[in-house]
Ligand binder design. Structure first.
Ligand SMILES: Cc1cc2nc3c(=O)[nH]c(=O)nc-3n(C[C@H](O)[C@H](O)[C@H](O)COP(=O)(O)OP(=O)(O)OC[C@H]3O[C@@H](n4cnc5c(N)ncnc54)[C@H](O)[C@@H]3O)c2cc1C
Length: 261
């Protein structure tokens, strides 16, 4: 069984700056970490491997220095490391990112399941999973908390909904996003940390993946970030004083004037 887990390199909170001209993140100055919600997807994949056998491939689109994070994924139980890296990927929005990931996933065929985190802690759109599934022509299930093999190729998955859970059957490969908090990601193994010192991730460029150039980077990104700013809230403060009855009447009158009651 081949399980692919997509892991996003994200800036460590507090180390990121925004380019005032392009409104994109200045990643060069930021310290990168594995996107924390993706650790639940990795743990789920490693547990599935332990139950059913097979291998787990950690897949990442990111700058060359993100290779170190793939080594961390190896120490956490992944068996193979793949980095998709090319200057042509810079400026990609979720559509272009999911296109590149789908090209990488196709390159790793055959596979049985693609697992992702629910959302990143920086972009936080939760779009990349379903979009990658669309590029691959596969079903996608979001917010999954449990997965079991069913027959030779199928899966039974349980996903979390608001106030209830849903059980679904998937007849073959699919892209699932894993609900945070559903397992306890294991600590890195010392043996694996030592072994990975001798290993390097496989590296694929846009050309290796036979990407269509117009689908990459800013030209492949229909989303335009016009501005990035901290929202400002205007608050009016009114202090009501007097006897409780008077205050209550005055409060009701203020609420009526503003159309709130
Ligand atoms: C116009 C525009 C320009 C942008 N320019 C840049 C830029 O120059 N540089 C830049 O770094 N970002 C840029 N971004 C941000 C970029 O779009 C997002 O980082 C990326 O598309 C992922 O979206 P997200 O963070 O919302 O992921 P989500 O959809 O919230 O992530 C869900 C899951 O998808 C998987 N995933 C997401 N991204 C990756 C990845 N790279 N590798 C592996 N798995 C992944 C993970 O499992 C993750 O948990 C830009 C965004 C826009 C809109």
């Amino acid at each position: 069984m081949h399980l692919i887990v997509c892991l996003k390199p994200v800036p460590k909170p507090g180390t990121v700056r925004v380019d005032p001209k392009t409104h994109t993140l200045k990643r060069d100055s930021a310290q990168l970490i594995l996107n924390p919600p993706d650790l639940y997807a990795l743990e789920m994949a490693v547990e599935l491997k332990e139950t059913y056998g097979g291998k787990v491939t950690a897949l990442m689109m990111g700058p060359p220095n993100a290779a170190e994070l793939l080594r961390e994924a190896y120490a956490l139980g992944a068996d193979e490391m793949v980095l998709l890296s090319d200057r042509a990927f810079a400026g990609s929005d979720t559509l272009a990112t999911s296109y590149v990931l789908s090209r990488g996933i196709k390159r790793l065929e055959p596979y049985d399941l693609v697992l992702m985190g629910k959302a990143s802690i920086d972009g936080e759109t939760a779009q990349v999973g379903p979009e990658t599934a669309a590029w691959l022509g596969l079903p996608s299930v979001i917010q999954v908390k449990k997965i079991q093999r069913e027959g030779d190729h199928g899966w039974v998955v349980v996903r979390v909904r608001e106030g209830y859970e849903e059980e679904l059957f998937l007849s073959g490969p699919a892209v699932v996003t894993v609900e945070p908090g559903i397992n306890d990601p294991r600590p890195p193994s010392l043996k694996r940390l030592l072994a990975v010192r001798e290993l390097a991730p496989r590296l694929f460029s846009a050309q290796d993946l036979e990407c269509e150039p117009e689908k990459l980077g800013l030209s492949g990104s229909p989303t335009q970030v016009l501005d990035v700013f901290a929202p400002s809230y205007q608050r009016e403060q009114i202090l009501l004083t007097g006897e409780p009855e008077e205050v209550a009447q005055e409060l009701v009158s203020h609420l009526r004037t503003r159309g709130l009651i």
